[in-house]
Ligand binder design. Sequence first.
Ligand SMILES: [Zn+2]
Length: 288
Amino acid sequence: MPELPEVETIARQLKDLVVGRRVGGFTSLWHRLTEPLSARDFEKRLIGRQITGVSRRGKFVVLELDEGEALIVSLRMTGQLLFRDDPTVEDRFVRAVVRFEDGTLLNFADTRKFGRMAIVDRADLVDRTHERRRVREPLHRALGIEPLSRRFTARYLTDLLRRRARAAIKPLLLDQRAIAGVGNIYAIEALWRAKIHPLRQAGSLRPAEIARLHEAIRWVLRKGIRFGGASRRDYVDARGNEGRMQREFNVYGRAGEPCPRCGREIVRTVVAGRGTFHCPRCQRAPSS
Ligand SMILES: [Zn+2]
């Protein structure tokens, strides 16, 4: 599943590829993609609109439109946004096509069909984590803090862990309404780097551990971006190329291999339903 570094990679590429282009048509081949709008209504709202910018919010690709709106794309498990300047190139599992007036295309391919698109107010994507939590709002309006923003300080993380003191640290890192963009892989790598067991209670972390975790989250995300994201099964960038971050993992997917830091065997467990990897020596289990 694409996380912050993968989505950031796609957004940065699309910025060079689609900004300034005007939408000439939209086709959807999967009715749930644009729900609650029909593909026809979706096209009506997109046609003639110009892409004025491309950015990322959490794990959403944000195609900024004129008049203060945005087309947001959630890639979920297997979604791919593929820019094609040759419309005869055929991508597999295409669920939707944004056609630009100049003949270029943006294909949305998605084997598992969990991906979604929506047209939203850009103002709803602004980081409003200083306001009251909005539990029942749609996710794009209630996303947590951007971990690479300047507002995400060790102090901010300390306060967050205090507010959610009884939560296990790993599921908390995955909560998009707390911190936006961190997913399973980067949470696992950050916890290993910070030497924190995935089941530790958020409230039990000492100041030095919180400082390490804060540094580790930013470090793994930045490294992921630098390596163009991680490709395991489906992730490719906007040009259809694989990322290189998968070769850089220290613990993710490495059960049975020696910990790069201490040599102890990495183990796989399941935490809150998600496959998790850690080093039992570097990341001590809570005594409870
Ligand atoms: Zn170790």
